[in-house]
Design a protein around this ligand. Structure first.
Ligand code: COA
Length: 324
């Protein structure tokens, strides 16, 4: 048994923040942001938490799949900006949507979170443990962004995307995942610094920090590497791949990956311009966009690939099944 996607849903907060808006709070410009990243605007949450965005995306995915919440066996939510340390956002979503029969938990794999969630579910399906799953990528990175740091605040946005998965004969063909903890400091966010009665200090909240060049070179190496690994392992030719659905971190990263893979940019759809980098939400947001534009047909082969803090990376080769 493998995992097939039977429903997709996404939600992004209504408030749009343009590059022009950001140029009023930090020393930057629309020209700099567009030319370095491809980002024009992003959505920023003013009222809703990660679990609120996640629940909205989840309801849409369930409606799209025609699956009732109580039919779900498992909910996995990838996030690096949860509302609380606990309860998990997955449990909050479970309560919000009434998925009374599901086990629910969060995973922390940063921007590779959606891919990791998909692969975990695939493992449960292959082992015959569960049959129906909901996976969600959801972020409100705006709350961990240092809005005085122009090197990071122009890059990220808030949003959520979800997929309903069913155990079936066709769907995920193969996958790969990896981590390199030695590069953890390249992209980091401490949730709280140590503080207790022994040290006499109070814990402080941390903000995101990033070595942009290090992350950039890591991404342009790891994406083609994991894509080529999967193509070779499964004996799939590049011609068979309809689209490469890459994590939306930076237009230049996607272009560099396309060059290294010797594939045309027309096979690399993008939403980075309107959402910015929404971390683990970016792949399902992009898939949702592609479904709404009728770009995918049952039987199409697509390759998903994500990378992020950890460092983490992962890729999935799958046959598209939605609409069958
Ligand atoms: N506006 C204007 N200038 C900016 C700026 C901004 N928002 N951010 C940085 N700069 C400046 C830098 O301070 C630097 O100035 P200096 O030369 O005077 O020191 C200059 O622009 C060039 O900085 P550099 O870091 O070399 O730019 P870059 O071409 O590497 O682009 C990133 C920076 C962050 C866009 C790029 O490195 C990147 O996208 N990295 C990957 C980040 C990422 O994807 N993270 C998430 C992974 S999931």
């Amino acid at each position: 048994m493998t995992a097939r996607i039977i429903g997709i849903g996404a939600y992004a907060p209504e408030t749009i923040v343009t590059n022009e808006d950001l140029s009023k709070i930090v020393e930057t410009s629309d020209e700099w942001i567009r030319s370095r990243t491809g980002i024009r605007e992003r959505r920023i949450s003013t009222q809703e938490g990660t679990s609120d965005l996640a629940a909205k995306a989840a309801r849409k995915a369930l409606a799209n799949a025609g699956v009732r919440p109580e039919e779900l066996d498992i909910i996995i939510l990838g996030t690096s900006s949860p509302d609380c340390n606990y309860p998990s956002d997955a449990c909050t979503v479970q309560a919000a949507i009434g998925a009374v029969n599901a086990v629910a938990f969060d995973i922390s794999a940063a921007c590779a979170g959606f891919i990791f969630a998909l692969n975990i579910v695939q493992g449960f399906f292959a082992a015959g443990i569960y049959k129906t799953a909901l996976i969600i990528g959801a972020e409100t990175l705006s709350k961990v962004t240092d809005w005085s740091d122009r090197g990071t605040c122009v890059l990220f946005g808030d949003g959520a995307g979800a997929a309903v998965l069913q155990a079936a004969e066709t769907g995920v063909i193969d996958m790969t995942m990896g981590s390199d903890g030695t590069k953890g400091s390249a992209l980091a966010c401490t949730s709280r610094t140590l503080g207790n009665f022994l040290t006499g200090t109070k814990p402080e909240l941390g903000f995101m920090t990033m070595d942009g060049r290090e992350v950039f070179s890591f991404a342009v190496r790891k994406i083609p590497e994991s894509v080529e690994y999967l193509l070779e392992k499964t004996g799939t030719s590049r011609e068979e791949i309809k689209y490469y659905v890459l994590h939306q971190a930076n237009e230049r990263i996607v272009e560099a990956a396309a060059r290294r893979l010797k594939e045309p940019m027309s096979k690399f759809p993008m939403t980075i311009g309107k959402y910015g980098n929404t971390s683990t939400a970016s792949i399902p947001l992009l898939l949702d966009d592609m479904v709404r534009q009728d770009m995918l047909k049952p039987g199409d082969k697509i390759l998903l690939s994500g990378f992020g803090a950890g460092m983490t990376w992962g890729a999935v080769l799958m046959e598209w099944t939605l609409g069958a």
